[in-house]
Design a protein around this ligand. Structure first.
Ligand SMILES: [Cu+2]
Length: 136
């Protein structure tokens, strides 16, 4: 009996730890000549503890980063957020002109209607998958 319990425990996915809720995750489509895409959504942390995102990856893009858009001396520029912390109960808006996912070098030209999977990795070693839909 205890052996069975141990096996069951080992089979549990690590992603059980942090379960973020994603609202309306989407990617803004751009012509094939443009080497990056931006991803937007709301992220809600329903847990009683803060979660820290340390990296993102996708088979669809060479690199995935979290960026923040800043105005500096009247110029728009983007800065990478290395560790995005979402407080307990917090809902974060990723939107044009603010925080966004930066999806670099698509493996294939993106098309409206298709979906892409991104894996989010947390500081405790767990991960969670996210599906984004490409829109015009
Ligand atoms: Cu960016």
């Amino acid at each position: 009996m205890s052996r069975l319990l141990l096996i069951l425990t080992l089979l549990l996915p690590a992603a059980v730890y942090a379960e973020l809720e994603f609202g309306d995750p989407w990617i803004k489509n751009l012509p094939p000549a443009v080497p990056v895409r931006a991803g937007y959504m709301t992220i809600h942390n329903p847990e009683t503890q803060a979660v820290r995102i340390v990296s993102l990856r996708s088979a669809s893009f060479a690199r995935v980063e979290i960026h923040q858009t800043l105005m500096q001396d009247g110029m728009m520029r983007m800065e990478q957020i290395e560790n995005l912390i979402i407080a307990a109960g917090e809902t974060l808006q990723l939107k044009p002109g603010g925080i966004h996912l930066m999806l670099m070098q698509p493996a294939q030209p993106t098309r409206p209607g298709e979906v892409h999977r991104i894996t989010i990795e947390f500081d405790d070693g767990s991960s969670q998958d996210l599906i984004l839909t490409v829109r015009k």
